[in-house]
Design a protein around this ligand. Structure first.
Ligand code: NDP
Length: 247
């Protein structure tokens, strides 16, 4: 089992779970293709990976734009001759109670967390079907497994991508396309995710939780590595990753 030489597209690679996964996978010989909006962060990360002997490229990518995902996948194929895995990881979490009616934030979450994943799926599907090989890993959340007050729309997007991954897996089995899917359900992971919260009470509560129990994103990166390293006939459907201290 190895991730060596696998070509892996990662969205949301400029910080947190995506960045940690890029570093870990590249350090084990994967060829990583990184997308996010902040170019300076991506450029620095590619430089760091290369300085450690890894292989990486980046392209500024907004996952809400289907053409950006197509271009990112094309970059993978042009640079490394193919694509084996897409890690749909970009996401935002501006949580708030529904009664606050932050409808712009609802729309933004649906655009990035759900449509962004669909755009990633659509960008890889033609190649995956043609080559009868491919893996789609998506970062859902524990908020995609159970409901939390304050996470109505965020949770809705994360429940939705969970369903999507499972349906792609089932249809692939029916259609004999050998596409594997994995959903990740992380709990409190210390990243920049809380920066997207504008609701003062929600932010305070989350800050308190993450400061008291949060763990580093390497925990999720190791799980991504495990899923990628499985042989082609093994699909690891789901991973839940909690800090040991989180109840
Ligand atoms: P970060 O905020 O550190 O990372 C989020 C990433 O998403 C950044 O790289 C950001 O890059 C990218 N992103 C946001 N919007 C877009 C966009 N429109 N197009 C492209 N990229 C975008 O947080 P995490 O690492 O924690 O988040 C990664 C995933 O993990 C998310 O899907 C999140 O919902 C999920 N998650 C996180 C948990 C946690 O506790 N941290 C728990 C459960 C799930 P840029 O701004 O440069 O575009």
């Amino acid at each position: 089992m190895s991730v060596e030489n696998k070509v892996i597209v990662i969205t949301g690679a400029s910080s947190g779970i995506g960045e940690a996964s890029a570093k870990l996978l590249a350090s084990h010989g994967a060829k990583v293709v990184l997308g996010a909006r902040r170019e300076n962060r991506l450029a620095d990360l590619v430089m760091e990976i290369k300085a450690h002997g890894g292989e990486a490229v980046y392209r500024v990518t907004d996952v809400t734009k289907p053409t950006d995902l197509i271009a990112l996948v094309s970059l993978a194929k042009q640079t490394f001759g193919g694509i084996d895995v897409i890690f749909n990881n970009a996401g935002i979490m501006p949580t708030s109670p529904i009664s606050a009616l932050k409808t712009d934030e609802w729309a933004a979450m649906i655009e990035v967390n759900l449509n962004g994943v669909l755009n990633g799926v659509a960008a890889v599907m033609p190649d995956f079907i043609k080559q009868k090989h491919g893996q789609i890993i998506t970062t859902s959340s524990v908020a995609g497994l159970k409901s939390f007050a304050g996470s109505g729309v965020y949770g809705a997007t994360k429940f939705a991508v969970r369903n999507l991954m499972e349906v792609i897996r089932m249809e692939s089995a029916q259609e004999h396309t050998n596409i594997r899917t994995t959903s990740l359900y992380p709990a409190a992971i210390n990243t920049e995710l809380l920066h997207t919260i504008t609701d003062v009470n929600a932010k305070q509560g989350m800050n308190h939780l993450y400061e008291s129990v949060g763990i580093t994103p390497d925990a999720v990166a190791r799980v991504v590595g495990f899923a990628v390293a499985q042989p082609d006939d093994v699909n690891v459907n789901e991973f839940t990753i909690y800090p040991t201290k989180q109840g």
